[in-house]
Write a protein that binds this ligand. Sequence first.
Ligand SMILES: [Zn+2]
Length: 580
Amino acid sequence: MKTCILTLFACLTVVAATAQLTPFELSKDKNYTATYPEVISYYTKLAKANPQMKLINYGMTDIGKPLTLVVLSRDKVFDPALIKKQNKRVLLINNGIHPGEPEGIDANMMFARDLLKKNTLPKNVVICIVALYNIDGSLNRGLSRINQNGPSAYGFRGNSRNLDLNRDFIKADSRNTLALEEIINTWQPEIFLDNHTSDGADYQYVMTLIETQKDKQNPILAEYTSKTLSPELYKRMKKSGFEMTPYVESEENIPDSGIVSFLETPRFATGYTSQHNIISYITETHMLKPFDKRVYATYDFMQALVDINERDAKLIGELKAKADEQVKNQKTFALNWQLDTLHYDTLSFKGFTAGYKPSEVSGLPRLYYDRSKPFTKTIKYYDNYLPEVTADKPIAYIIPQAWGKIIDLYKLNNVVMQRLAHDTSIFMQTYYISDYKTVTKPYEGHYLHSNVKIGWYNGQAKFYAGDYVVYTNQALNRFIVETLEPQGIDSYFAWNFFDSVLAEKEYYSPYVFEDVAAALLKKDPGLRKKLDDEKAKNPAMAKSAEAQLNFVYRHSPYFEKTYLRYPVGRLMRNTQLDLK
Ligand SMILES: [Zn+2]
């Protein structure tokens, strides 16, 4: 009996002492990442014991569980509007968008605990942590990253709809995305961090870093990021023992020939947040380094980011306000980018010597890295992008209310919209889609369009009471223009929102139309001439009755005007609109 009580007492003491340790820390070999229930249970206990921490649930993810946001606030203020009023910064950290890359999940549990335990929460920064974003993928636990060195088990990349959530920020197919966008637009962080693990080449670094590509980033923010914030992060990480290099993207996985800076288009988390003028980073720990080192590197990076954010809080707030103001007045917007292959920077790179040897699988040469031959070399860093397609913003876009998903997404993103008071006709610029390419296999649940070519005409267009007017005098102009201009690489058009305009709704029976077409040609000598000219230019058409009949149909008043017409209008002239 006595032994039993003693054992129980000893057990309770151990529980009290270890209650604050994370599952990662409690694991024997530090090769373990917490499961979703463990993550939530850990944070729930931590929040109960600490009034400076609060858990707030948002939305419902696709698997039917809410998305949990951990908020750490030194002053115990958890109202985002009040935090803005107090001129404090918000740092948002996202973890487990790819649950097979879970360092951030475990590092953040320790990080939150330590900030509370050591009483080192920043004064000027409220820290928001998405505990585990892709809950669905995390519950689908196993081993699915063949190239990765630990942890012992982890979640799957796809969510319960098999979507890669890090391609979903514009099309927003998953409810996870809607919940995260609600968090972003409610808390309006100035800095965003997305924690990942890399694939690709082998080299000496435990961590690589992606920052919002400087040419794509707002120039005011790019100046601060590229000259102050990023260099300081590199310096601090070197000091903490985890020297970083920019994310390694290279030809045939061999960085020696140079690396290319990653272009995160708006479909990615950091591409989307940079449309909102949020300074954004992605950490990519290296998949072949031991898991514990990857977790500690992520921890140290977050500490460095918090410390600099705290130091520069006032400045970051001012820069964000200036950048927002600049975007309100910006006239031209890049819709797509191409790498500048002529201009590059250089950087000192710590790699491993790559070579080729015969494969035991195929007998053919295979790539390998010799870790016994490390090197430090100066390599080329291609970090310049040029705008490939641009668009000048109109005074306003008018979105017919029929396109409800766009309206919902705009509301979620705090885009300011007004509504037409009456049915009306407005002089607008209207686009026609003249050409586009489409992938042959579905990509993330869509047949993505690219290389979109447009034509346009100016004239009266009909709109109806309740249609939405979006003036382009907003801090969200980039988001608005890049989603509504069909040539945008991640525009709503590219993501199939407008595919119904790409197909004809009516057609004709040739035997009936023959007589109508003949009458049309007789009545309209201009059309007859157009047909004859086309036949002279195009011998195949001259031999095809079907092609000629179709030509007359397409140039006749019967041909439907909605075919290939882009439904969102561009208001180009200052026009007094009657608004609700
Ligand atoms: Zn990833």
